[in-house]
Design a protein around this ligand. Structure first.
Ligand code: IDP
Ligand code: MG
Length: 141
């Protein structure tokens, strides 16, 4: 089934020069990039993105990290794109993420874990709509 998912390269990933590496992995996996932009998240957007974690003890650290510098927002499309990207990203904590995954290869700690990726279709739709208007997404047909 063709799906869309949102990938965000977090400020640590941008700061460490990993934009190309991450885009390259997405492309080589056979997934299509249908939208991409570099932005600085406002606190409001960041809190909307992560609203499900608003009562967690790590919420403040998470929001302050993702608003600390520019991020790259990427809309990825392809067959089963959500699970494929989640598998490429690896476990939330880099200490558990396997080598060969983005977090397993580059993650410094659970806050600076390089990327965000949507975890289901409901969230992917919501998250894409937070950052992209329909006309900003391209069709290859
Ligand atoms: P995910 O990014 O793998 O989907 P979530 O559980 O949705 O993980 O958490 C969102 C983000 O919040 C994580 O990517 C990570 O940066 C941060 N986070 C999650 N759990 C913890 C924690 O226990 N301590 C500190 N930060 C956390
Ligand atoms: Mg998540």
């Amino acid at each position: 089934m063709s799906e869309r998912t949102l990938v965000l390269i977090k400020p640590d990933g941008v700061h460490r020069g990993l934009i190309g590496e991450i885009i390259s992995r997405i492309e080589r996996r056979g997934l299509k990039i249908i939208g991409i932009k570099m932005i600085r998240l406002s606190r409001e957007k960041a809190e909307e993105l992560y609203y499900m974690h608003r009562n967690k003890p790590f919420f403040e650290d998470l929001i302050s990290h993702v608003t600390s510098g520019p991020v790259v927002a990427i809309v990825v499309e392809g067959s089963n794109a959500i699970i494929k990207v989640r598998n490429m990203v690896g476990a939330t904590s880099p200490q558990n993420a396997l080598p060969g995954t983005i977090r397993g290869d580059y993650g410094l700690d659970v806050t600076r874990n390089v990327v965000h990726a949507s975890d289901n279709t409901e969230n992917s739709e919501r998250e894409i709509n937070l950052f992209f208007e329909d006309h900003e997404l391209v069709s290859y047909m």
